[in-house]
Design a protein around this ligand. Structure first.
Ligand code: SF4
Ligand code: SF4
Length: 487
């Protein structure tokens, strides 16, 4: 018997060659969980699954490689497992990457990083004004910049040109600021211009707003009711922790109570905002309450951690040692959060509720970067320049070219092919979690290690969190699949 979030209650059909020799993948996480076993393949698409002892025994028969037909015969002679069930189990394990058609190396040093690009996200800084005054913000609010007509037109044309050049099938336009909802008319205008340029192209065009959640007007609700449109709301922590920094410009009052009301208003209008959590030293202690609050409302979140332990991004040199205490605190708070969320009363959608940092659990990050920097994540400033990442917008960027993917590459001229390990340090490509983590945030690594593709200063936290989160997902899966699927 097997439990998985995709398999449950679905008929199984696999193509299968009995003479094929199969190998148990050496890269998988395989642990006892209750009366079953947790399996997770970091280098293969999919989330963890749970299997019973019989299926686990079948998997282990392939430890040194075995012919499927011979394992079937052996199981028929030595166990009470019906032939069909053994056959289906082998097929299922192969389909989900736990059995492979050749021995798998546990090193990722030979990856070609040549995944095709089919989608592009455009992070557009449409203005620099904001009604909040968060001290850590990387946008210079006092400059009062707004993206002008000429830049809007160039951006819309460049998006369409890039879609044609690269035969892209998906564009996600992210409207950011400053605070973009201060100017809904500007957002409407930009969306219309981009939509008009893409009209004749067969493309999935999505728009999302990245907002502080304090301004939910009727006009904004109308904007959000447009198809393929969504909103993300930035949150630092729960209640008073959120208010430490997210205060209104002028009055100095915290914004938590307003965004709480606005989230209810959005929900009443059948709009489910995505919560963009950014937590750091001062707010981490409220992570358990915050996540429970988010999931109880049926919402989803990505939790990012403040990259600089000092909560600023000035030019003070940073060293890996600075991160050790921070990683300890992250571990302690994430552990408390996961323990709380493990309660079966907390609703949780395995694939969508929670994303953490730049970690990629369901899809191996074999492009070598989890965020698309230098690849297909294009960041455009109000002046029409291209920056490498939202965190580097204040550096000004480079002039935008007609081909946005070329601009993106030029703004961040590094390649994961040039991955480096620092002297005497573990090489990420030899790490079991490389497909999930690929060394973390390249901009942070560049700042701390002077090399973007090197071991993250958050490595200690990742090595705790990745297997812990897999165990957490397995527990939630166990709670949700009360009826077992027969394999
Ligand atoms: S940063 Fe750490 S956890 Fe991530 S791939 Fe490198 S060694 Fe592994
Ligand atoms: S470089 Fe780092 S901060 Fe920038 S988008 Fe990528 S993961 Fe995020």
């Amino acid at each position: 018997m097997v439990r998985s979030n995709t398999l449950h209650d679905q008929p199984l059909e696999f193509e299968f060659n009995l003479s094929s020799r199969l190998y148990r993948a050496s890269t998988i996480m395989d642990e006892r969980m209750g009366d079953g076993w947790l399996l997770y393949a970091p280098d293969f698409k999919g989330l963890p699954i749970l299997i019973d002892d019989t299926s686990h025994d079948i998997l282990n028969r392939f430890n040194d490689g075995a012919v499927a037909g011979e394992v079937l015969s052996a199981c028929a002679n030595e166990t009470t497992s019906p032939f069909d069930r053994t056959l289906d189990t082998i097929s299922f394990l192969e389909e989900h990457g736990f059995l492979r058609d050749r021995p798998v190396k546990s090193s990722y040093a030979d990856i070609a990083y040549s995944l095709p690009i089919s989608s592009m996200s455009i992070w557009l800084h449409i203005n620099s004004d904001c009604n909040l005054a968060c001290p850590y913000c990387f946008v210079e609010s006092k400059q009062h910049q707004v993206m002008g007509n000429e830049v809007q037109d160039r951006v819309a044309k460049a998006i369409a040109h890039t879609v044609r050049e690269h035969s892209l099938t998906e564009v996600n336009l992210k409207l950011a600021g400053g605070e973009p909802t201060l100017d809904v008319a500007l957002m409407e205008c930009i969306r219309e211009k981009v939509a008009a340029e893409l009209k004749s192209l067969d493309i999935r065009f999505m728009t999302s707003i990245l907002s502080n959640g304090t301004l939910v007007s009727d006009r904004l609700l109308d904007f959000l009711k447009h198809p393929m449109t969504s909103i993300g709301i930035s949150v630092d922590g729960f209640g008073e922790a959120h208010d430490i920094h997210r205060k209104f410009r002028g009055s100095g009052k915290g914004s938590w109570s307003i965004i709480e009301k606005n989230i209810q208003k959005l929900l009443e209008n059948q709009i489910h905002p995505h919560i963009m959590t950014t937590t750091g030293k001062e707010t981490l202690h409220t992570l358990p309450e915050l996540l429970e609050w988010i999931f109880e409302q049926g919402l989803s979140t990505r939790v990012s951690v403040v990259r600089n332990p000092n909560c600023s991004w000035d030019d003070t040199p940073l060293e890996e040692a600075t991160y050790a205490g921070y990683c300890d605190q992250l571990e302690e708070c994430f552990e408390r959060a996961l323990c709380r969320l493990e309660n079966s009363s907390v609703p949780f959608d395995l694939a969508n509720s929670l994303a953490v940092c730049e970690l990629s659990f369901e899809y191996p990050a074999f492009s070598g970067v989890t965020c698309g920097i230098g690849r297909n994540h294009v960041v455009i400033t109000t002046a029409g320049n291209v920056a490498s990442c939202p965190m580097t917008v204040h550096e000004g960027g480079i002039p935008m070219m007609d081909n946005l993917l070329s601009s993106c590459k030029a703004a961040f001229p590094y390649s994961p092919m040039d991955r480096a390990s620092l002297k005497g340090e573990e090489d990420c490509r030899e790490c079991q979690w490389y497909p999930v983590c690929v060394g973390g945030c390249p901009v942070t690594n560049l700042r701390v290690n002077k090399k973007p593709f090197s071991k993250s200063p958050f490595c200690q936290f990742y090595k705790y969190f990745i297997p812990r989160y897999i165990r957490f997902l397995s527990k939630k899966l166990h709670q949700q699949t009360s009826v077992l699927s027969q394999v």
